[in-house]
Design a protein around this ligand. Structure first.
Ligand SMILES: C[S@@+](CC[C@H](N)C(=O)[O-])C[C@H]1O[C@@H](n2cnc3c(N)ncnc32)[C@H](O)[C@@H]1O
Length: 295
């Protein structure tokens, strides 16, 4: 992921796996934590695990707006997660991405919601989805509509979104970029725009990772789950195979992006019903939901 700069292998015993449990989504549906139901197109093992969804280090970090937090690969290397940046206001690089968005916007894996909130504040029809309850709560607290849902589950506005975002390494969700990109092609309208952030290095890897806080080096992290890291060249290959056409590429602030257009010729998709889609999912803005820390 672009936010990941390999820094050092860790040592010590592996983490303990938390018990899986049943959670309730923001729209009231019950299910296994983050596990999609009836999702034939999701990759093997792509159900978002307790690492993101349980009361673990990711949730704790989002509540305080502070790291450090890492994805730890099986070989012990740590990939930093930029929690402080995600919990801050959008920076100049983010704003350029937001300026490219068209029509209705779906932010996949919206995290604490800086992009969703910024678009909503501009009056743009936007929805964030994330499997993390803490991420959705924080997004809603910022005034951004958000839904606790996996991208591999049925979503509102299927086939009608104008723009989708896969930011901050989220092309790694599910561990199979090809499958994720195919899923995104079905979420967007024909000719829709997908903006993907690639890793800033030439990499194409599928890995098992855990979310860990440094204090968890000896245990306490979630169970391993599949993730992927792809640099721009690999991203374009995966995108081509999944039916996307690259229309732009740029780098800013050390981050790499690609703009892709769906090549689908589907004609059955209705025009976006953005108001209906968004208003049905908009959650009330609770008080006191501002980020605790920003930089
Ligand atoms: C690398 S973080 C990116 C954070 C985010 N883009 C931001 O602005 O803060 C990955 C995010 O994707 C979410 N996620 C993981 N698997 C998911 C899935 N299957 N569907 C939707 N979101 C998922 C995680 O909960 C997490 O918030």
């Amino acid at each position: 992921m672009s936010t990941a700069h390999e820094i050092a292998p860790t040592t010590g015993p592996g983490p303990t796996a938390p018990a899986s449990g049943t959670t309730r989504t923001t729209d009231g549906r019950a299910g296994a934590a983050g596990a999609p139901a009836g999702t034939a197109d999701r990759p093997e093992g792509s159900a978002a695990g307790p690492a993101w969804t349980a009361d673990g280090p990711y949730s704790a970090a989002l509540r305080t707006g502070r790291g450090p937090l890492f994805l730890r690969r099986a070989d012990g290397w740590l990939l930093p997660l930029e929690v402080e940046r995600w919990c801050a206001d959008p920076d100049a690089v983010d704003l350029e991405v937001l300026g490219r968005c068209e029509g209705t916007v779906l932010d996949v894996g919206c995290g604490p919601g800086r992009l969703v909130a910024a678009l909503a504040a501009r009056g743009r029809p936007v929805l964030g989805i994330d499997v993390s309850e803490a991420a959705v709560a924080r997004t809603v607290g910022l005034g951004g509509p958000a839904l606790r849902r996996s991208v591999f589950e049925p979503l509102p506005g299927e086939g009608r979104w104008d723009t989708a975002l896969l930011m901050d390494g989220n092309v790694g969700i599910g561990g199979e970029p090809h499958v994720l990109l195919c899923r995104l092609a079905r979420l967007l309208r024909p000719g829709g725009l997908l903006i993907v952030e690639a890793a800033p290095v030439d990499v194409d890897e599928r890995v098992e990772v855990q979310v860990v806080h440094p204090a968890d080096a000896g245990g306490g992290a979630g169970s391993p789950f599949p993730w992927a890291r792809v640099g721009a060249p690999a991203l374009l290959c995966h995108a081509e195979r999944a039916g996307w056409r690259a229309v732009d590429q740029w780098t800013a602030g050390g981050r790499c992006f690609a703009a892709l257009r769906s090549r689908s010729t589907r004609t059955s998709a209705e025009p976006p019903k953005s108001t209906a889609v968004i208003s049905n999912q908009r959650a009330r803005k609770p008080s006191g939901g501002r980020p605790v820390a920003s930089r």
